[in-house]
Design a protein around this ligand. Structure first.
Ligand code: ATP
Ligand code: MG
Length: 423
């Protein structure tokens, strides 16, 4: 496969002031076209560092794409870095100079306006390089050969980079490398399994496929996505490879796999299929669970409502938990979670009640460390509670608590939907 290496230029990227979003844009665009991105280099605004990175990238890949540092200011040094990498000097390009003068004249509304010397730097090009048209901004791109590899330098401004990737770089790459494999990708979502458990279940398939399809495991927010990417001579060949692996994954992962676009959408779908409704009783999440369900179009068919009982006293008031018993068992306990789930289902007249009570942090509560969360689901099969020990800061604990509750509700719905055995 044709390989591409990226060089992102900018002190702001190294200092952490700016995410390398251009790397994301380029990675996606190139992977989708059947190119293999083999590395990202990030360097500061320094001629020596830029030229070294460009030379290293050209030694490792068939194509190099540089972004940033093409502007008019002193810290925009990509032109100089490219010249050094190619071992040539910078020269004034007459067509670029004319275009700059025209642009300044148009802006000032008068001919013969002097272009500031700093801006004139944008008319410089390494000897032998070709300017690339930038229809969206002032900084032209640059195409130059380094070590016989094409090196495209693009502006750092994301809007300008996007436009040039589409209008200039991809068409040129397609023409240079007509024989590219077709890439087909499919994702399945899982919930309720650790990333390592998902990976272990698919280890034999990873071995069997030996890299095509490539199987990636992406864990975030309490869920794990399995991304299957295949390359083939044509779409049919690549699709066949993906389909086979997706089939194996579905079998290996069983009920952990769901098909909706999100976990909350899956829960809404299951509730709808069961003709059931749900209500939420929330303490530490204070409405986030209800809110996530309400995000799903069509939630009104299944979501009855919810109750937020943040203060301990409201837990006894809203859910009829005896105050002395609440004192004994604690606000953060399986008994309280269960009583909240049962209480909210009764109060709201829903088939299911889901409850969350726990410690979001940063300080412990009732001797429980942050991240201690009890979830409970009350439904036709009775009530079940579960302890979750969630990692992260306050925001993460609250978000993971919602995901955990949705996962519990999903399990209850799947269980209750199973055909009953006759006695
Ligand atoms: P300009 O003509 O604006 O100077 P440039 O090619 O010199 O263009 P930079 O000065 O490096 O580009 O960056 C311009 C803007 O684009 C900045 O706001 C910067 O934060 C943003 N930017 C630069 N590099 C990236 C990147 N890799 N990902 C996302 N944004 C970036
Ligand atoms: Mg700049």
């Amino acid at each position: 496969m044709t390989s591409v290496a990226l060089v992102a230029v900018g002190d702001e990227l190294l200092l952490g002031d700016q995410l390398n979003g251009n790397g994301v844009t380029l990675g996606r665009a190139l992977a989708g076209e059947g190119f293999s991105v083999v590395g990202h280099f990030v360097v500061g605004d320094d001629i020596g560092h830029i030229s070294r990175a460009v030379r290293d990238a050209a030694a490792r890949a068939d194509v190099v794409i540089v972004c940033g540092g093409l502007g008019p200011t002193q810290d925009d040094l990509t032109r100089e870095g490219l010249a050094e990498a190619a071992g040539v000097s910078l020269e004034r390009d007459e067509s670029l100079e004319a275009a700059l003068r025209e642009r300044f004249a148009a802006r000032a509304g008068a001919a013969g306006v002097t272009v500031p010397a700093m801006n004139m730097r944008q008319a410089n090009l390494p000897a032998g390089a070709l300017p690339l048209a930038n229809e969206v901004g002032t900084a032209p791109g640059v195409l130059i050969l380094v070590n016989t590899r094409p090196v495209y330098a693009l502006p750092g401004v994301p809007r300008e980079l996007d436009a040039m990737v589409t209008a200039v770089v991809l068409p040129d790459l397609r023409a240079r490398f007509p024989e590219r494999p077709v890439v087909v990708q499919q994702t399945i979502r899982t919930v309720g399994l650790w990333e390592s458990a998902v990976a272990e279940a698919l280890a034999p398939e990873v071995d069997r496929t030996a890299g095509n399809p490539r199987i990636a495991f992406l864990a975030s927010g309490g869920e794990t996505r399995v991304v299957v990417t295949a390359t083939g001579a044509d779409t049919a060949a690549a699709t066949a490879l993906v389909d086979t692996t997706i089939g194996v994954a579905r079998t290996a992962l069983g009920s952990a796999v769901y098909d909706a676009a999100s976990l909350e959408a899956e829960v809404v779908r299951l509730l709808g299929a069961a003709g059931a409704t749900v209500a939420c009783a929330e303490s530490l999440t204070a409405g986030l669970l209800c809110g996530r369900l309400a995000n799903v179009p069509g939630a009104s068919d299944v979501l009855r409502g919810g109750m937020v009982a943040y203060a301990t006293s409201l837990k006894s008031k809203f859910f009829g938990i005896n105050r002395l018993r609440l004192f004994d068992q604690g606000a953060v306990s399986p008994e309280t979670a269960s009583a909240m789930a049962r209480g909210v289902a009764e109060e709201c007249g829903s088939t299911y009640g889901v409850a969350l009570t726990g410690v979001a942090g940063p300080s412990p509560q009732e001797g429980n460390p942050p991240g201690t969360v009890y979830g409970a689901v009350h439904g036709p099969s009775g009530v079940a509670s579960q302890l979750f020990t969630l990692p992260g800061d306050r925001a993460q604990v609250r978000a993971l608590a919602v995901t955990s509750a949705l996962a519990m509700l999903r399990v209850a719905l799947l269980h209750d939907a199973r055909p009953r055995r006759r006695r």
